[in-house]
Design a protein around this ligand. Structure first.
Ligand code: VGL
Ligand code: ZN
Length: 233
């Protein structure tokens, strides 16, 4: 065991190329952390509270210190937004309807522009974040994705912003894994970014099998599933 203890983690990895140990990921200037929708309505006590949603906050605060580029997103709906069940007579939250742009899950009213419920968590501590991008602000179009609205064509400008800043790799954290995180990750791939979802820095809603479906879709699209511990501190 003396010999074994003398071996560094690096040399053990060299002896075992089948990955007993992966080198930590070092975020560089071409890397950006996208912190998705860490807003009061998605946290305990909010109208669309994600189970254990608050547990992502300390994890995100810690990993954000490793990133020079951080973008925060905010779900930002009009009153009477098309994604609200209350905007469709006889409909209840978590039912789905078909809209001109595709299938839409109906939600409790949430993240209405300018309300305290739409504010970012006061416990989020990322003073160096360079951009807060709002989405879902057109009354008749939802936008889970931070890149492209649900009509599949209206851009938020985020891809152009990241490309202008020479970002090549995006890392996603936040809420909810199976909606805004997953749709943003899939669009990040479509826009040509190397894409990582930090699983333990996210929590899901999981309605009608949505969480398993989201991971299947992300894996198929080449999104890498990692843990916060995989990122160098
Ligand atoms: C979200 C449902 C409705 C999200 C936003 O942030 O994942 N989910 N609006
Ligand atoms: Zn929303």
């Amino acid at each position: 065991w003396l010999v074994l203890t003398a071996l560094s983690a690096t040399s053990i990895a060299a002896l075992a190329p089948t990955a007993l140990w992966n080198a930590p990921i070092e975020p560089d200037d071409a890397s950006a952390l996208l912190v998705i929708d860490v807003q009061n309505d998605f946290l305990p006590g909010g109208s669309l509270a994600v189970n254990d949603g608050d547990q992502v906050v300390p994890v995100i605060n810690r990993i954000a210190e490793s990133f020079a580029n951080v973008v925060l997103t905010q779900d930002w709906h009009t009153p009477g937004h098309i994604s609200f069940a209350t905007s469709h007579s006889g409909r209840k939250p978590f039912e789905t309807i078909d809209l001109p742009y595709g299938r839409q899950v109906l939600w409790p009213e949430h993240c209405v522009q300018g309300t305290e419920s739409a504010s970012l968590s006061k416990d989020l501590s990322i003073p160096h974040a360079g951009l807060v991008i709002r989405k879902g602000f057109h009354k008749g179009i939802d936008s889970y994705s931070a890149f492209t609205e649900a009509d599949g064509k209206t851009t938020t400008g985020l891809a152009a912003y990241l490309k202008a800043r020479e970002v090549k790799r995006v890392f996603l954290a936040g809420l909810a894994t199976d909606f805004c995180v997953a749709w943003s990750a899939l669009d990040a791939r479509k826009a040509g970014f190397e894409t990582y979802v930090i699983e333990d820095a996210c929590r899901g809603i999981d309605t009608q099998g949505s969480l398993a479906q989201a991971w299947a879709d992300m894996t198929k699209a080449g999104v890498k599933r990692i843990q916060s511990g995989d990122i160098a501190g």
